[in-house]
Ligand binder design. Structure first.
Ligand code: TMP
Ligand code: ASP
Length: 235
């Protein structure tokens, strides 16, 4: 297959169908803008499965996504999109970068949930930007930003409600949006424990990439546990 793009955790290949791509999930884990790196055996397989389930859940709830189907353990078929170079973060509870940036206590609840935009630029370490930057830099137009915000908040509500049934708190997550050839904006990239923060509602245990960022260990075990809890939700 012809490689179109290789990122830190995934490779995108051309698919037979010209309007689709094959996304391959790797085992590489990076954090802190790739200053910390490792290979965690099996991570790609679990993230492909979890992402596929989340995309199916979202589609079922009327959210447009790039997902077509899971092809194999590590491969997902998706619509080809032009990725909008903005990382969209939704936060329900304060942790991670916002705690440092704003000096607020850990676990401060955000009501309503907080949405933030970051410029997708590894060299600059994905700097935080706001609505006006997106407009002025022509990254998306007003209507597209409105759509992105609406979709991000809906995704938050849908996933939060489903996860809590399985004793998982959706703390925060990052989405990427793509524009399909027909111009429609869809949720793209992946939705996995690499791109979300999940806390066990009973024990408070971290079930996401913070296990790697903070050297807590047992990453694959906790990712597997997330998968086990949500597995039946796609049906
Ligand atoms: P942050 O607290 O480090 O800003 O992260 C917020 C959320 O975004 C968290 O769920 C992890 C996710 N995230 C990514 O998916 N990719 C990234 O490059 C970063 C920095 C965060
Ligand atoms: N994925 C980003 C990196 O490689 C950062 C992160 O998720 O913490 O560095």
């Amino acid at each position: 297959m012809e490689k179109l793009y290789e990122g830190k955790a995934k490779i995108v290949y051309k698919a037979q169908d010209p309007d689709k791509v094959v996304i391959y999930f790797k085992d590489e884990a990076t954090a802190f803008n790739a200053q910390k790196k490792d290979v965690i055996e099996g991570k790609g397989v679990i993230n492909n499965k979890i992402s596929s389930i989340f995309f199916q859940i979202l589609e079922k709830h009327g959210i447009p996504t790039h997902f077509v189907k899971q092809l194999s353990d590590r491969e997902m078929l998706a619509y080809k999109t032009q990725i909008i170079p903005v990382e969209v973060v939704v936060r329900n509870l304060a942790t991670g970068s916002i705690v440092k940036r704003l000096g607020i206590p850990e676990k401060t609840p955000f009501n309503p949930p907080l949405i933030e935009f970051y410029l997708k630029n590894d060299q600059l370490g994905d700097p935080i930007i706001c609505y006006e930057h997106i407009l002025a830099l022509n990254l998306a137009n007003d209507q597209e930003i409105k759509t992105i915000k609406e979709l991000a908040f809906k995704v938050n509500q849908i996933l939060k409600d489903i996860l809590i049934k399985h004793d998982i708190i959706l703390v925060d997550f990052k989405l990427e949006f793509g524009k399909k050839e027909d111009g429609n904006i869809v949720v793209a990239d992946e939705i996995s424990p690499d791109t979300c923060r999940f806390w066990d509602a009973k024990t408070g245990e971290r079930m996401d990439k913070d296990r790697f960022r903070l050297n807590l260990g047992d990453l694959a075990k906790f990712y597997e546990e997330v998968l086990r809890r949500i597995e039946n939700e796609k049906d």
